[in-house]
Design a protein around this ligand. Structure first.
Ligand SMILES: *Cc1c(COP(=O)(O)O)cnc(C)c1O
Length: 384
């Protein structure tokens, strides 16, 4: 599907997928093979060994590129494997400026793995992109951000980061997992690399772990493809197929995630026992204007505290929801509830966590696509 002018909903269904040349199968088959037969050495159909290329993966990579308005997509065995590949673009002595409110696993791989290789990470508040300038020096190579952030739903101005990155010839990496391509396309706003944990909204059904990178620059794609093949953190064809299947309904699911999210955010905000509600759709959210500028909706991720700010009360809510399942992860059709301080963000030291505004009693919701009245009733009985 070459025509780049198709709208997102059309690309989600068709991009990357061609009728299978051997049978005409409309859906890309799961090419469960490790190698490909050659007629003579070097005489092959573009596929030699499945770490390097696999047709199911190729279809997905092309689809992901199209839906992020990028030229190239690369798939990995997980979101963290995609993060790992990007960090391997760096060398000892290099410095990276990273948003301080980000996925716990990203914080962990930077501080516990890549810091050991002599790479320095500055974790800073990016709610004002201008803060980045104070940390740039001749060793800086990359700006790494996430928006909306996890779990505080802060918004980072991607275009403003892009301007600073261009000025100083830095790579801007945006983790777009929370928004998904349905809500925002960072490449259009100046990002060099978009990262996804496709485990979340792209897969959408809580049945696969998968990661992806999307970019426009051919030289950058070549370097990352070299790392993908050399390090080998590639996804299997069945997992690629699940993501390919998942993205076909991304727009339909996201529309409902957004509708349900808005209703639940407002419900929580009016609840007498609820303290602060974090959701970027509120007009008084500190960066709501930026959210409105760069996003097409506000999604179904919501965090909140209780007025009592008591750990016990938070535990009561976490243990008593019936539809909201207590689980890590997000972005699936089913609603999840989580406790960032002990779950997704358990790897961040408490002091660091509190300093960044992530309270012990914070509860995070991934609002699913069930009937919203049932979801609200479930929260009502759990909060009491
Ligand atoms: C889950 C997640 C990741 C890591 O992805 P995995 O697929 O779990 O390896 C990275 N960034 C964000 C924002 C995430 O939510």
């Amino acid at each position: 599907m070459e025509n780049k002018n198709y709208k997102l909903a059309t690309k989600l269904i068709h991009a990357g997928v061609e009728p299978d040349p051997s049978t005409g199968a409309i859906m890309t088959p799961i090419y469960q093979t490790s190698t490909y037969v050659q007629a003579a050495p070097g005489d092959h159909k573009g596929y030699e060994y499945a770490r390097t290329q696999n047709p199911t993966r190729t279809a997905l990579q092309n689809a992901l590129a199209a839906i992020e308005n990028g030229k190239y997509g690369l798939c990995f065995g997980s979101g963290m494997a995609a993060t790992d590949a990007v960090a391997k673009l760096l060398q000892p002595g290099d410095e990276v400026i990273v948003a301080n409110d980000l996925y716990g696993g990203t914080y962990r791989i930077f501080t516990k793995v890549f810091a050991n290789y002599g790479i320095k990470f500055h974790f800073i508040d990016m709610s004002n992109a201008e803060n980045i300038r104070g940390y740039i020096n001749e060793k800086t190579k990359m700006i790494w951000t996430e928006t909306p952030t996890n779990p505080l739903l802060n918004i980072v101005d991607i275009a403003a980061c892009g301007i600073i990155a261009k000025e100083h010839k830095l790579l801007l990496v945006v983790d777009n997992t929370f928004a998904s391509p349905y809500l925002q396309n960072p490449l259009d706003q100046g990002a060099d690399i978009v990262l996804h944990s496709a485990t979340k909204y792209l897969g959408g059904h809580s049945d696969v772990v998968h990661g992806a990178l999307i970019m426009n620059d051919a030289a950058l794609e070549e370097k990352l493809r070299f790392i993908q093949n050399s390090c080998g953190a590639v996804p299997g064809p069945h997992d690629c197929w699940l993501v390919l299947r998942g993205i076909k309904t991304l727009h339909v699911r996201m529309q409902r995630h957004c509708e349900n999210g808005e209703k639940i955010a407002n419900y929580l905000r009016n609840h007498p026992k609820v303290g602060k509600v974090y959701w970027c759709g509120f007009e008084d959210h500190p960066n709501h204007d930026i959210a409105k500028k760069q996003m097409r909706g506000f999604g179904g991720m919501i965090s909140f505290t209780l007025k009592s700010d008591s750990m016990d009360d938070a535990m009561h809510v976490l243990k008593n929801t019936q539809l909201f399942a207590l689980a890590e992860s997000l972005g699936g059709v089913e609603s999840l509830i989580g406790h960032p301080a002990s779950m997704t963000h358990g790897s961040i030291p408490r002091e660091e966590r509190i300093k960044n505004g992530l309270a012990d009693s914070l509860i995070r919701l991934s609002v699913g696509i069930e009937d919203v009245d049932d979801l609200i009733a479930d929260l009502a009985q759990a909060i009491g």
